[in-house]
Design a protein around this ligand. Structure first.
Ligand code: HEC
Length: 311
């Protein structure tokens, strides 16, 4: 029997349930006390108002307020007012009840309970702080790891870029070299061409080497009715200033035939020799009314004369 009692006592002491029940009960008591206190306060207010309630009635108002400015009373506030008046009448008879000793004791218990609650709060706050600290550490670690990863990634990216840049440069250099070669080739081609042209021109003028200038001047008499060679003046035909080596149909102010306009070329010695032999055969449809110089020496001589006097 004694053993059983000891067992029971141990259980009661170790078990948390009675303590929790006790704490719960005190909290509820505390709330009841507070609510009751508020009720008492309310009652006190109502009784105070009841004492001076006559002052707020419209009939005894000292100041006359125009009805427009009066705040209208709604039904709710009106009924609350009536209820308070009734309550105040009751309270006047009974008086306000003050809290007795029992209630004071209960309030003290409640205060103790509050202390308990405070302790719990402190414990919780500590736990929260610890958590926060742990979280911060974890975050810091994560940030470090990220930073390290980022650095590695950047380094890799930089290397790749560098390699790419080198490749690009190498390619650019190759291209440039190729271009340079091409340019050289072009230059050579151009040189060759100009050399060829020069040779042709030389050959061309060589045809005039044995021209009889005096005879040329007398042959020119057949042309001068229409052409001028020493001034840019058009007559019966376009002026012939610098005609050897001149482009076909470019004399300013002369309306050439479409045949000459369409003829795309340069008046080389060779071309002029052919033209003067038989203009209609060389450029069919032209408008130069000249039958041509049948004698080859006459043609050479007249061109020699023009070449001598226009340069
Ligand atoms: C009756 C006038 C006449 C006579 C004579 C004449 N020409 Fe012409 N010549 C022309 C006319 C007009 C043209 C333009 C033809 C055309 O537009 O189709 C021309 C064009 C030319 C051109 C081409 C000019 C150019 O700008 O392309 C040459 C070169 C030329 N004559 C040389 C001569 C020579 C050299 C003689 C003498 C041997 C001669 N002509 C005699 C009237 C004449």
């Amino acid at each position: 029997m004694e053993a059983w009692l000891a067992q029971l006592r141990k259980m009661v002491l170790n078990d948390q349930t009675p303590r929790l029940v006790l704490i719960g009960a005190t909290v509820i008591l505390f709330l009841v006390v507070i609510i009751d206190a508020f009720g008492a306060r309310e009652r006190a207010i109502v009784s105070r108002e009841a004492g001076g309630i006559a002052r707020f009635t419209d009939d005894d108002s000292d100041v006359s307020v125009p009805s427009v400015y009066r705040v209208p009373r709604d039904f709710a506030s009106e009924s609350l007012r009536a209820a308070r008046l009734a309550e105040a009448e009751d309270a006047n008879g009974e008086g306000v009840d003050l809290p007795d000793e029992e209630e004071i004791a209960e309030a003290e218990d409640a205060a103790e309970a509050e202390e308990d609650v405070t302790e719990t709060e402190v414990a919780e706050a500590e736990a929260a702080e610890e958590e926060a600290a742990e979280t911060e550490v974890a975050e810091a670690e994560a940030a470090e790891e990220e930073a390290a990863e980022t650095e590695v990634a950047e380094a890799e990216a930089a290397e790749e870029e560098a390699v790419e840049a080198e490749v690009a440069e190498a390619e650019a250099a190759e291209e440039e070299a190729v271009e340079a070669e091409a340019t050289e080739e072009d230059a050579q081609t151009a040189a060759d061409e100009s050399a060829t042209e020069a040779a042709t021109a030389e050959d061309d003028f060589a045809l005039l080497a044995n021209a009889d200038i005096a005879n040329g001047e007398s042959v020119w008499r057949q042309c001068r009715s229409c052409h001028v060679y020493d001034a840019e003046r058009n007559q019966g035909g376009p002026h012939l200033v610098n005609i050897i080596g001149r482009e076909v149909a470019i004399a300013d102010g002369w309306r050439y035939s479409s045949a000459l306009q369409d003829y795309d070329g340069v008046w080389t010695v060779e071309a002029l020799l052919e033209w003067l032999e038989n203009p209609d055969a060389y450029i069919p449809g032209n408008q130069m009314a000249f039958r041509g110089l049948r004698d080859e020496q006459d043609r050479i001589d007249v061109l020699g004369f023009l070449n001598e006097n226009t340069q």
